[in-house]
Design a protein around this ligand. Structure first.
Ligand SMILES: Cc1ncc(COP(=O)(O)O)c(C=O)c1O
Length: 422
């Protein structure tokens, strides 16, 4: 694992803000490629890496990850369209998610997708009924499972009460349904995703170990031999603050004996998924100070031109513990978050929830200064409240080797449609 290195220098961020205005997201493709190389080095050889577009669907990032050998893991028509615009083979995409509509399954198959992660018997039946319209296309399914064994990952998405995947006992109870599949649909293996932001190498190894054990037990009970085992991921990266990454270089070696002891999944290809680890480090949000004003009880507010409409929207909704943002001034002074001062960094929205950081220590900050928030390439803009208050989306620029390669702006605002719904 490489030591932590910011995606950009302050001087670069200043230049971008000068050229493209603020607020602005800047992404460094070199950081993204470094992260993919690290994942590949850490994982067992021959493992496939799926890039989860949900962390950031910006087309240039996806193109870069595909060119670096990742396959797209997608959950919507929008994500699929981004992936289809790359050189990746859609037959190798993985279409997943707990609520796939008929329309999207149809669209996916018609556009070349052949692999689906199946979350329930209803999901399987829906896929089968659409697959039968395409008898010449071979559709492969992974059964997503919510294992009965709980481990303690970051944001748990398995091993607890969640809406994701089959419960093991329900899979066993309904196993007859697997015999009745149409000729062109087959189950090839299991998909087990324990959670996001799994904090340590030990916890990652534990989640993969449990995933393998779960697949082995299901293969036994279903009299089935898996050819694919998607062990998920949850590879962690700091969110909106600077931190040394955890070192998980030894994962591959640590899994070796467990992998060697497999029985019915022995020949299965191993797949892993990552969104956060691949994209988090490459993105920085640069925002400008619009106002500074004193407030009650020795507080003061620093009002920025960007808030929870552009970053951390899910924490603004109270759905995720509010991360404090590590905010850097243009002069490289790091916000240190001690309680003795009471500066609160807020966005421009008419909501008291619109806070980027509380109890910040930032001296010498003035109106017009730029602050930047590192490590927000994952779950940044598209995981935020972008429609709230109808401010325009920020520009997003993509940089490689110090050159700006692409500039985007997310479309927001309503488009009037035909009253008939067509
Ligand atoms: C099934 C699945 N795969 C992959 C991911 C991406 O996770 P991360 O961004 O932590 O790598 C998620 C995140 O919610 C997920 O639900």
């Amino acid at each position: 694992m490489n030591p932590y290195k910011p995606a950009f220098t302050n001087a670069q961020l200043q230049d971008f803000a000068m050229e493209y205005g603020t607020p602005i997201y800047a992404y460094n493709l070199n950081s993204l490629e470094d992260r993919i190389a690290e994942l590949r080095r850490a994982l067992p050889s021959g493992a496939q890496i799926y890039h989860s577009l949900k962390s950031n669907p910006l087309p240039a990032l996806i193109e870069a990850s595909v060119n670096a050998g990742c396959r797209p893991e997608i959950c919507s028509i929008g994500e699929l369209n981004v992936a289809l615009d790359t050189d990746a083979n859609p037959a190798l995409f993985l279409y997943s998610g707990p609520g796939k509509s008929e329309a999207e399954i149809q669209y996916a198959i018609a556009n070349g997708v052949r692999q689906f992660s199946i979350e329930s018997w209803v999901d399987l039946a829906r896929l089968c009924s659409i697959a039968q319209r395409y008898p010449d296309f071979r559709i492969r399914c992974l059964l997503r499972v919510n294992p009965k064994v709980h481990i303690n990952p970051g944001l748990a998405m398995s091993g607890s009460i969640t809406q994701f995947g089959f419960e093991e006992e329900h899979l066993i109870a309904g196993k007859e349904k697997l015999i009745e599949l149409p000729n062109n649909v087959s189950v090839t293996g299991f998909h087990i995703y324990y959670g996001t932001q799994i904090p340590t190498e030990d916890a990652l190894v534990a989640s993969f170990t449990e995933g393998i054990a779960c697949a082995e037990r299901l293969c036994e009970l279903l009299s089935f031999k898996a050819s694919v085992l998607d062990l998920g991921g949850g590879f962690p990266w700091a969110y909106a603050k600077e931190e040394e990454p955890i070192n998980f270089d030894a994962i591959g070696a640590r899994l070796e004996s467990i992998l060697a002891a497999r029985n019915r999944t022995r020949d299965a290809e191993l797949w892993f998924e990552s969104g956060r680890y691949i994209t988090a480090s490459c993105g920085v949000l640069v925002t400008k100070v619009l106002d500074i004003k004193p407030a009650k009880d020795d507080h003061s507010f620093i009002v920025m031109d960007s808030g929870i409409n552009h970053l951390g929207g899910m924490s603004g909704l109270g759905r995720v513990v509010r991360p404090y943002m590590a905010v850097k001034c243009s002069d490289n002074q790091l916000d240190t978050f001690v309680d003795k001062t009471k500066r609160i960094i807020v966005g421009p929205l008419c909501s008291p929830l619109d806070r980027l950081a509380t109890n910040s220590v930032i001296d010498n900050v003035d109106i017009g200064d730029l602050l930047h928030i590192p490590n927000v390439g994952a779950y940044g803009l598209t995981a935020s409240l972008i429609g709230f208050l109808s401010h325009p989306a920020p520009s997003e620029i993509v940089v490689r080797d110090n050159h700006v390669k692409a500039v985007y702006r997310l479309n927001t605002g309503h488009i009037k449609t035909n009253i008939s719904g067509a």
